[in-house]
Design a protein. Sequence first.
Length: 237
Amino acid sequence: MGDEPRAMGRRQAVQGIVLALGAGLGLAQAGEPPKGGQRPGPSPYDAPPLPKNEEEKKILAILAELEPQRGPMLSVPREDGRLLRVLTEVAGAKQVVEVGTSNGYSGLWFCLALRTTGGRLTTHDIDPAKVKLANDNFRRAGVEQIATVVEGDAHQKIAEIKDPIDIAFVDADKPGYLDYVTKFIPMIRPGGLFVAHNAKIPPAEPAFIRAITTNPDIETIFLNMHAMGVAVTLKKR
């Protein structure tokens, strides 16, 4: 048998195995509707967050309303927002500082946790229109008492923060990440976190990635790299 017939035979064998597996799993062939005309249900891994109480329900309602704006507002994906909430609550964070408020979408995820930790969010944006929009959304969600929006250049404004920071989150000008981490790390308490969105190269700068992966005083892990990527950096105790 020549090479071409042998290769064709292997392809047919592989196709047969795939079709058999698909049939065993109840899957349709490509281009065919599933048996019975039923579409697969949503993945349990994509299940939406469930409110524990009325306060949480109010915040989640605003987050759901803001979902269609995530693209134009350059907000984090929902899964990254949920990660921010979990990190904040697990850390028992009292002081969260954000750079890149946008319309307040990521800030609302922080506030879901800060309600229970007794903490506060200070978030920075240089765009006056976005500052107003975020303030409106925080008020509608009922978290205006724990969320403060600072208008101006965060590279200068963060120097005004006096208290130790539990979590610093940056989702802003990517060339500025190295400056942000350099300024934030001394301000973050031991055991606190520096979290950076869009951690892939690009848009993240190689110098920033080197800074958070070559310093023995910190430990960085990268999450959700199938999407935009999140770098979570621990300041060691």
